[in-house]
Design a protein around this ligand. Structure first.
Ligand code: ADP
Ligand code: MG
Length: 701
């Protein structure tokens, strides 16, 4: 049970004034929460600002640079409302300081409100961007206005939060302030001497300064408040990993001893022969599963190396042994795709496959749940829906978690907390360095698919300026006429700063004028049924160009697509570009990748694009990526928006990882059920970081 003390931090954000379901959904998205219902005050506390707006520059009107943020102290002279019935003419308020005059300009505004905010004859503070036109200064819709006497409540530094397009900053700020005000008096969960020695502020103080940065120094990952919270986050993570490991050790695995009958049929049904590294990986896995120790193995293989076939063979072995195996994908698109690939092949081996995702219809779902419970279904493919409380496995022997780096510790714990003790195989296309595997995922054995399936032709990669889009369209016309298929990738539009970027919708409309119904589109804001249809149409060839955002980044497999155009390639990370390019080069046609960029590239962007031109080796690219961007990026935590870590920066806080791991181990050695005074406080830490699953692993949870 969660201590009552924490209740104020676990109210749904919709209980805050001004936050309805729509806004809550936007906030949930920014926070990477699964749903608005499950987004609580505490999540707001842990949303870290990624930059700040500095309003401290007070140069006076005449010295205000064009388009830079300034704060002015003004004397209000007169109001000039919009003429009656002409609301499109702006409302102007004229004011001056010792240096010059300025017109504050408002569109579609209310007169009463402005008369109260900027009373004639008063001195006011106004902050925003100054425009100059013919030597006259104006400011359109100041960001902030206050009477000069209220200067104390006029923040000169605003935090800016990531991925919050569509959210009013004021509203978000108010919600965060509310959450901060509701932080209860909590005991310290960190080791007191450690806190003293490292000069870390306490939790509440850290949260307050996180949201009220005083300058750029406070934005540094190693500013005391951020460091404290990063340590908290690491410790919560390490504690839950340690609890999970303890649980894994307690639950013995069931040895899987198949006779090879299903596997032989699967091998026959597969349209290709396994490569040497695929067979090796299968044999590693079988050896692991034959033991009564649970398998915990990571299958690393570059995009397109054929990890699915390896997983399928492992699942086949479980079916032979009379048990069940699940394959969990990070998205519905991927789950659907795995199902479509696996079902016919398993079918030929006489094994039925079920698909279970968040949107499986109630009636079908009931039937599937029954088949899972009775043990009739041996192979189940799905999303996290596979591990909800309503799913009871008859005899789960193996859980394959696909594209592991997209899942947090969270999901893995939920999986383990299911009671069953399945062998675990996790797959990833990211060549994660060993130390990182340990810190992020705990101890795991590793199999690598070093060899690519035979017959793969290299992907020809070129970089072109965006201006050449017309040429590309013409070349696409030829290619499509020859029966080829192409992806066209647009960057996500997440931040209003990026609004100049072509969104998928717009690009789709543009290409449709050239290619008509042959162009489809898929992006994250579409509902799942539409997404699936778009993918299906592209697979079947009904559409021949698929405009997409990065929803197709991980794992999507359409072997006869042989062209990929990536727009604004300079905005993508290397790992992401490599993943995207891996969507082509899967069939027998030679493939090409066209990276479109906007001129005047930064040095890093230049370096990234040239590495892409030079290399197709995932390991080399990951290494270069590490050099250019740091490890957080490599794990996909920063760019995916999926919460891996909120405040931890694996590079800046590298020293803390080891400390947190030892701390967690030490705590659990002394106080295995977190029952001591510090243990009780640590339970709060686990709740705050939403590691509830870990708490369920404690006896008195
Ligand atoms: P990933 O490792 O990225 O998950 P997939 O499992 O999706 O890769 O496989 C990529 C493509 O390669 C699929 O079209 C699959 O059918 C094909 N493939 C897998 N193994 C082989 C093989 N041994 N020979 C030829 N093609 C293969
Ligand atoms: Mg895959």
């Amino acid at each position: 049970m969660r201590p009552n003390l924490l209740d104020p931090l676990f109210v749904p954000i919709t209980s805050y004034s001004g936050i309805g379901p729509k806004i809550a959904a936007l906030i949930a998205r920014a926070l990477g929460r699964e749903s608005a219902d499950d987004t609580r005050a505490v999540d707001l506390l842990l949303l870290a600002p990624h930059r700040l707006i500095d309003r401290r520059n007070q140069p006076g009107i005449v010295n205000s640079p064009e388009n830079a943020i300034v704060t002015l102290t003004l004397h209000v002279d007169r109001h000039q409302p919009s003429p009656r019935g002409k609301s499109n003419v702006p409302y102007r308020v004229f004011a001056h300081d010792d240096t010059d005059e300025i017109a504050l300009t408002f569109f579609h505004t209310r007169q009463n409100w402005l008369e109260r905010a900027l009373p004639v004859g008063e001195t006011v503070l106004v902050s925003g961007k100054v425009d100059w036109f013919n030597g006259r200064a104006s400011m359109v819709h100041p960001d902030r206005m206050a009477l000069a006497k209220d200067i104390d409540s006029f923040p000169m530094i605003d935090p800016v939060y990531p991925l919050t397009a569509g959210l009013s900053p004021k509203l978000l700020q108010r919600a965060i302030d509310n959450a901060i005000a509701s932080i209860p008096d909590m005991p310290e969960w960190l080791d007191e001497p450690f806190v003293k020695e490292s000069e870390l502020p306490d939790f509440a103080a850290s949260i307050r300064s996180l949201h009220a940065p005083r300058d750029e120094n406070d934005m540094n990952a190693n500013a005391p408040a951020r460091r404290r919270l990063a340590y908290d986050e690491l410790l919560a993570g390490q504690l839950s990993l340690a609890l999970m490991r303890r649980r894994i050790r307690k639950l013995k695995g069931r040895p899987v001893n198949g006779d090879g009958s299903v596997r032989n049929q699967l091998l026959e049904a597969l349209p290709f022969q396994l490569t040497g590294s695929q067979s090796q990986a299968v044999s590693d896995i079988l050896t692991d599963m034959q033991s009564s120790d649970r398998m915990l193995r990571l299958l690393q293989g570059d995009v397109g190396s054929g990890k699915t076939a390896v997983a399928l063979m492992a699942m086949g072995a479980c079916a032979e042994a009379g048990g069940q195996a699940v394959l969990m994908a990070p998205t519905e698109i991927l789950a659907q795709q795995h199902f479509t690939t696996i079902e016919p092949i398993a079918g030929k081996a006489g094994i039925g496959v079920d698909l279970l995702t968040g949107r499986t219809k109630a009636k079908e779902r009931k039937a599937i749940l029954e088949r899972i419970e009775s043990g009739e279904t041996k192979m189940i493919v799905g999303t996290h829906a596979l591990f909800q409380d309503s799913v009871n496995y008859h005899d789960l022997l193996l859980a394959v978690v696909d594209e592991q780096h997209r899942f947090g510790v969270h999901q893995r714990l939920r999986l383990t907390a299911k009671g069953a003790a399945p062998h675990m195989l996790v797959t990833t296309a990211t060549p994660i360095p060993r130390t990182l595997v340990l810190s992020a995922f705990g101890d795991m054995d590793v199999s690598r698919l070093a060899e690519k399936p035979a017959g793969r032709l290299p992907i020809k990669t070129v970089t072109l300026e965006t201006e050449r889009i017309g040429d590309i369209v013409n070349r696409l016309k030829d290619a499509i006429a020859k029966g080829r298929k192409a992806y066209w990738i647009c960057p996500l539009v997440e931040d209003s700063d990026l609004s100049e970027l072509m969104s998928a919708e717009q690009r789709h409309a543009h290409l449709a004028t050239e290619f008509g119904a042959l162009v489809g589109v898929v992006h994250g804001r579409m509902n799942s049924a539409d997404k699936d249809k778009a993918m299906q149409d592209f697979k079947s060839g009904k559409t021949r160009i698929l405009v997409a955002t990065t929803v197709i980044e991980v794992g999507v497999d359409v072997p006869d697509a042989s062209i990929i155009v990536i727009e604004h390639a300079e905005r993508f990370g290397l790992a992401q570009l490599h993943q995207l390019r891996g969507r082509v080069g899967r069939g027998s046609d030679s493939s090409s990748c066209i990276l479109l960029y906007k001129a005047l590239l930064s040095e890093t962007a230049k370096a990234r694009l040239s590495i892409m031109r030079e290399s197709q080796d995932g390991f080399r690219i990951a290494e270069e990526d590490l050099k250019l961007r740091g490890e957080g990026e490599l794990l996909g935590t920063r760019q995916s928006g999926v919460p891996g870590f909120r405040l931890v920066d694996l590079e800046a806080h590298r020293d803390l990882i080891e400390v947190a791991r030892n701390d967690a181990r030490y705590v659990l050695e002394k106080d295995g059920e977190l029952a001591s005074e510090r243990g009780t406080a640590l339970r709060m830490l686990l709740y705050l970081w939403r590691r509830d699953e870990a708490i369920k692993l404690l006896r008195a949870g």
